[in-house]
Structures are given as C-alpha cells and as structure tokens.
Design a protein around this ligand. Structure first.
Ligand code: ATP
Ligand code: MG
Length: 303
C-alpha cells in the first residue's frame, strides 16, 4: 500500500512540476493501483451541496493528553450523507479527532477535550448526553478487524440486543441478515453463521465489523484506517461498500492512502501537527490545495 502511495505521490509530484495535471493523475477517479495492476473504476460522485446543515459541527476542539496538546482549535463541519476523509502525517491527530466524535477519548484517563462538538445541533459533551446511546448513533470501525470472540451471528446481534433495537428473535435475525447483506458479506457466510467471527479472513472480518457497526443503526460511521491491513481486492470491496453506505450514513474515514481518500471521499480534511490546515471538496484539495503544507503532503514531500 505504502509503495502504491509513494508511486502515486511521485507521479503527482512530477505532474505538478511539469504540467499541473493532478486531476489527470488522479483520473478523478479511475486510479490505477500499480500494486495489482488493477484499475479501480469507482465513479467519483459530486460533493454534496454545502448549504445543508452539517451533521457534525466542531468548533475550537482542543485535546490534551496530560500536559501534551494533541489537537489545536479544530473547527470542522461534516456534511451528512457524504464521506469525509481525514488525512495527514502520522501523529498529527486524525485518530484523536475521530475519537472525539463518539467520545472514545473519554476512556483514556489522561485525555481532556475542550471546545464544542455538535451532532445535529446537540452538544455531545453536554452532561445530559447518554454516551452509550451516542456510541450507538456514532459507530466505529477500527484499523484492525476486531470481531468479538463469538459467532458471526452473535457479533452482529450483540449491539441491537444490548440497545433493545428488536422486538423478538425473528426481528433480530432479520436485522442480522440485513446488516450482513449491507456489508456485502451475507453470501459468503450464510451457511456458517454459527462459526466464530475470528474464523473469517481479514477482509471478511473487517466487513463483519462494518456489519456490526451498521446493525445498531447508527447515523455516523467513523472508520480509522479500515483497509490498511487488507489486500488490494479486499480494500476495493471495502471502498465500494463505503460508497454505497454513504447514501444512508455520514462517514468519516482516516486514511494514509491518497488514492483511497481521492477515490472514496467527497470532502477531505488535512491535519498537520494537531492543526486542521485545510478542508474542502476532495477534488479541490487534491487538485488545487490552498496551503503549501497540503500541497507538500499530497505530493509526497513529507509524511
Ligand atoms: N492515549 C494517548 N496517550 C498519550 N498521547 C497520545 C495518546 N493517543 C495519542 N497520543 C498522542 O497524540 C498525538 C496524536 O495522535 P493520533 O493517534 O491522534 O495521531 P494520528 O494522526 O492518528 O497518527 P497515525 O496516522 O500514526 O495513526 C500524537 O502525538 C500521539 O502520540
Ligand atoms: Mg491514527
């Protein structure tokens, strides 16, 4: 993956210098993945209109781990039913920002969050907020697939059961099947729902984790490098899935892959050293970045 990114970076860099052809280099967006010599032809769709009220609005968000400040005054609006990619060099605060949105930083003793984050206009750090309910509305998929040590069925049924989302067994079974179908996994597992989740391949486990996240019927899905441990074929499937899911969900994805950000997102936010340097339509960020640091990053000069 890294090699692929570097290849793209070098290509972008050359094009930048010679003819400013970043849009063509990204093919907006039939990017050739040279690792597999396979062309991913996902059609890039237009960025959503910005007039709509944001699904998530963050204002002056700062995060401290003990004395150390990891995020500085991050103000970012996330539109509904779109994919927003968070990019930037390692340690710049992408995961920290993502964890603010479902209050996962609450579980880190030394973490302290200031500023404001609203979900549909409601302050999620208000003391009246039920964090368990918030995390059902804002699901998360991690870098490493982490199925529970339970059956495939139970992995997906667990959330709806603890949140009381279904009336009876039939209802629950229906929800599990629907979630597995939406995660494009059902056909591969329909005859082995009682097998352990951990018996699946890495790519299947990640789709199981996505099915598990979907099953609680969230409105927002946070994905922290969801495909970084997967091969190019499994990655392409996850990316197609993300594109389908955005019809119904608001998605934030952290990725180190420029190609992936360009392929799957409509909006991109570039972080550097804990600061949100620039955000906007993905096409604009990759073709006409306003900040030199963004340009340097996407052309592979650092990070
Ligand atoms: N639990 C923690 N305790 C202390 N410091 C932390 C903790 N988690 C993150 N940090 C620090 O906060 C900063 C931002 O980290 P974060 O994990 O958000 O970066 P990132 O952009 O996700 O990096 P990567 O791309 O490597 O995943 C880093 O300096 C990191 O060391
Ligand atoms: Mg991270």
């Amino acid at each position: 993956m890294l090699r692929t990114d570097l290849t793209l970076s070098m290509r972008l860099s050359t094009d930048f210098c010679t003819s400013g052809l970043i849009p063509r280099a990204l093919g907006i967006l039939g990017v050739t993945d040279e690792a597999t010599d396979k062309t991913v032809t996902m059609q890039k769709t237009a960025a959503p209109k910005t007039s709509a009220k944001p699904k998530i609005s963050s204002k002056n968000v700062c995060v401290f781990y003990g004395e150390k400040q990891a995020l500085f005054d991050v103000s970012l609006d996330i539109p509904e039913h779109a994919v927003t990619a968070l990019i930037g060099p390692s340690g710049c605060g992408k995961s920290t920002y993502l964890r603010c949105i479902n209050r996962m930083n609450d579980v880190i003793d030394i973490a302290r969050v200031t500023g404001k984050i609203e979900l549909d206009g409601v302050d999620i750090y208000d003391p009246s907020i039920d964090v368990v309910e918030l995390r059902a509305r804002v699901g998360m998929v991690f870098q490493k697939p982490n199925p529970f040590p339970k059956s495939i069925f139970e992995n997906v049924a667990y959330g709806p059961r603890i949140h009381g989302l279904t009336r009876d067994k039939t209802d629950l079974e229906e929800l599990v099947v629907t979630s597995l179908k939406r995660a494009s996994l059902f056909d591969e597992v329909k005859d082995r729902l009682d097998d352990p989740g951990t018996s699946l391949s890495g790519g299947q486990q990640q789709r199981l984790c996505i099915a598990r996240a979907i099953a609680t019927q969230p409105e927002v899905i946070l994905m922290d490098e969801p495909a970084s441990a997967l091969d190019p074929i499994a990655t392409a499937r996850i990316e197609e899935l993300i594109d389908e899911l955005r019809q119904n969900y608001t998605i934030l994805i952290v990725t180190h892959s420029m190609q992936q950000a360009a392929r799957v997102s409509q909006k991109t936010a570039f972080f550097h050293l804990g600061h949100l340097v620039e955000h906007g339509d993905t096409d604009q960020i990759f073709t006409n970045p306003k900040d030199q640091r963004t340009q340097d990053y996407i052309t592979g000069r650092f990070g």
